[in-house]
Write a protein that binds this ligand. Structure first.
Ligand SMILES: [Zn+2]
Length: 350
């Protein structure tokens, strides 16, 4: 999508950025509106500056759009709980985790569009049984009213999981989320066998939080996923956060299994490098896997601006081809999204 799209989102007036680099900044101006989260909105994020910064990143690569495979949209009361969790994240990570984009939903989608994100996900995940089917019905509705969202779904090891996952796939779900740390389940739980079988068969990818960051869980780390892939080698897993902090092990899994992808969510940023730095020695493997790495960000639950996640990728210095593949082309191929128009890198755009 061009940066001038995205107008008309309720609650926002998104002025077209004009041709990228034309010097006409995109502005996202708040319109007074009532939302239950209105009171918790943080101070100005400086959207105009941020939108310009993201546009500059895209312009340098000649990309008219980005695809972000790891963003979160969920029912408001669930999201408020997630934000409360991050507000109290001190005990978990030992440092504050301020949510940069604590905004009403329509402002969050408008901001992604203003960033030029052509497609994104609404990853949600249950922490207990009896929740997944309800979350799936919410996200099916979200996808219906949000055409640029890749219809997302989830599951939990519980009786009936196979049935509601089948229903979600038949209903058009294009990506699933499995959160082994929050869900505290073993991906090899027999209750999930029909789920993995079905998703492997249908070739629907699963974004899986299986690394031990930011805090380890009983079933995080490479071993449970290794066993899972041994039984379902065709499973299309997207390892969230590059498998942080077990980067090398998950790179190896991706090297061995052609269906495995890695998403860049939070990896390489100042915030993550401080705690779980990506080992510089693994950069050549990361470069070689350039067709398997997908942009993810964790928007809106990130403790830094969106543009920082992009700059963190650029400073790896793996080249513009690598960046174009990661930030757009790989996901376009995997999800069958029509190619974006390409501008001449560094040019002022069409
Ligand atoms: Zn996430």
């Amino acid at each position: 999508m061009s940066e001038s799209e995205g107008t008309g989102a309720p609650g926002y007036a998104v002025r077209g950025a004009g041709p990228a680099g034309s010097g006409a900044p995109a502005g996202v101006s708040r319109r007074p509106g009532k939302s239950p989260v209105e009171g918790s909105v943080q101070g100005p994020v400086g959207e105009g500056t941020e939108v310009r910064e993201v546009a500059r990143f895209r312009r340098e690569l000649g990309l008219s759009g980005l695809i972000d495979v790891h963003t979160h949209f969920m029912p408001e009361r669930v999201l408020l709980k997630v934000w409360a969790y991050f507000d109290a994240a001190g005990p978990l990570t030992g440092r504050p985790w301020p949510i940069t984009y604590r905004r009403p939903e329509e402002e969050r989608t408008a901001l992604l569009r203003a960033f030029g994100v052509r497609a994104f996900t609404s990853l949600l995940y249950p922490h207990k049984p009896g929740m997944a089917a309800w979350l799936n019905s919410w996200s099916a509705d979200f996808a219906r009213r949000t055409p640029d969202c890749l219809h997302s779904a989830t599951f939990f090891p519980e009786p009936g999981a196979g049935e509601y996952v089948r229903a979600a796939v038949e209903g058009g779900a294009r990506v699933f989320k499995s959160h082994l740390q929050v869900g505290a389940y073993d991906p090899n739980d027999p209750l999930l066998e029909p789920v993995w079988g079905l998703l492997a068969e249908a070739a629907v990818p699963v974004v899986i939080h299986c690394g031990s960051g930011p805090a380890p869980g009983r079933f995080t780390g490479p071993d449970p996923v290794r066993r899972l892939l041994a039984r379902h080698p065709r499973l299309r897993l997207i390892v969230a956060h590059m498998g942080m902090p077990e980067y090398a092990e998950f790179l190896e899994l991706a090297e061995r299994h052609p269906g495995v992808r890695l998403d860049t969510t939070m990896a390489f940023t100042d915030f993550s490098e401080e705690l779980s730095p990506f080992p510089r020695a693994e950069l050549p493997r990361l470069a070689a896997l350039g067709d398997r790495v997908l942009l993810g960000t964790d928007f809106p639950n990130i403790p830094y601006p969106y543009a920082h996640a992009l700059r963190a990728l650029a400073r790896l210095d793996l080249g513009d081809d690598w960046l174009r593949a990661v930030c757009h082309d790989n996901a376009a191929r995997d999800f069958g999204i029509r190619p974006a128009e390409r501008t001449a890198p560094g040019a002022d755009g069409p």
